[in-house]
Write a protein that binds this ligand. Structure first.
Ligand code: ATP
Ligand code: FE
Length: 340
């Protein structure tokens, strides 16, 4: 079974080929045009998708070394995401399925992030997690703890009541004058800094939920107050500031994850989404895993931020269940994880 995956929910145009669960290609075209604006400009994103989609799909098919008529089905991201961006991938997938006479499969982008753990590098790859497992999904739009009982059976047991962890990284980076997306830059700068140099107020939220908007505001005041006394404060303390804010975000994320593991008794732990690329988070998790006897699964970097391989693998499992959609399908900008 050969699945062509299409992802266009935000600012990355991506196409991938998965054959019987094994990755054959995963092409991603980023969009540099948003850098100057400090965030993704929806109108520019859809135009760039429109330019990129055909070349990216061609490249994915070419790299996979297959011919077009070997493709069994097309899986595309239906949502959540920017509507104009989703429309490009959706329309392309519909056209491709219609022209090739093959089934069309709609994918929930968030399920895709979680199922990225099932992408096999080769036939002998047995690194996939066992059900049930917990997934900490931390991305640009979501921070949630999910119980995954089966490929397409997921339950959110905790989530952010305001900003996502990725947003916290990006907004703090913006306050420091770093370009978008700031998450990877904070990660890089943090490596040379002292994580205990500065302290930030941690949110006090009940249960397994998260909150990051208070942290963002306290960071803004912290920078503003220090700049008043010393205009060069950011420049002089850049790596310490980055290490400290990253340390705080990780601490907040870990506290609830540990609690979820304790409450559910599940020791199979995974992370997914763009923020799961963070090296500090990965290191801290590894230490915690040893301490608590967790079986930890950390995704390959290529499958953390938006990519079509995760859409194709989800499509593979939906294909096996015969979950197809008709040509009247339309994208949704808002979708939750247990929504089809
Ligand atoms: P969603 O999947 O919730 O719809 P999204 O698709 O925009 O949101 P992703 O592509 O999964 O989000 O992740 C992007 C986010 O990940 C950005 O906020 C980015 O700053 C963050 N990110 C990427 N790499 C790192 C890193 N190394 N450290 C911290 N954050 C990172
Ligand atoms: Fe995403």
């Amino acid at each position: 079974i050969v699945i062509l995956g299409i992802e266009s929910s935000c600012d990355d145009t991506s196409a991938a080929i998965i054959q019987n669960g094994v990755i054959k290609s995963n092409e991603v075209a980023g969009q540099a045009v948003h850098k100057a604006y400090g965030g993704v400009v929806p109108e520019l994103a859809s135009r760039a998708h429109q330019q990129n989609i055909i070349p990216v799909v061609d490249q994915a098919i070419k790299k996979a070394g297959i011919s077009r008529d070997q493709i069994s089905a097309v899986a595309f991201t239906r949502g959540p995401g920017l509507l104009g961006s989703l429309l490009v991938g959706t329309s392309f997938a519909k056209g491709f399925a219609l022209a090739s006479g093959i089934p069309l499969i709609e994918i929930n982008h968030l399920q895709g992030h979680v199922l990225a753990h099932f992408i096999k590098e080769d036939e002998n790859d047995d690194s996939a997690p066992n059900f049930p497992f917990l997934c900490l999904l931390v991305s640009g739009g979501n921070s949630q703890i999910i119980i995954v009982r089966d490929y397409l059976d997921m339950e959110v047991i905790g989530q952010t009541i305001d900003d996502a962890a990725g947003e916290a990284f990006d907004k703090c980076a913006k306050v420091m004058g770093l370009p978008y997306p700031g998450g990877p830059l904070i990660d890089k700068l943090a490596k040379e800094g002292d994580p205990k140099a500065f302290k930030f107020a941690e949110p006090k939220i009940k249960g397994l939920d998260y909150s990051f908007s208070g942290l963002k505001t306290s960071f803004l005041y912290f920078i503003r107050d220090n700049i008043k006394n010393n205009p060069d404060f950011i420049e002089e303390n850049k790596s310490d500031i980055c290490a400290s804010i990253q340390h705080t975000i990780i601490k907040v994320l870990l506290a609830k994850l540990k609690r979820a593991a304790k409450e559910t008794g599940i020791k199979e732990i995974t992370i997914a989404g763009g923020v799961s690329a963070n090296s500090g988070l990965r290191e801290t998790l590894q230490k915690e895993a040893e301490k608590h006897n967790w079986k930890l699964h950390i995704p390959k970097f290529a499958y953390t931020t938006d990519n079509a391989a995760m859409i194709a693998i989800t499509g593979y499992y939906k294909y096996l269940k015969g979950e197809f959609v008709g040509q009247d399908v339309a994208p949704f900008s808002r979708m939750v994880i247990n929504e089809k």
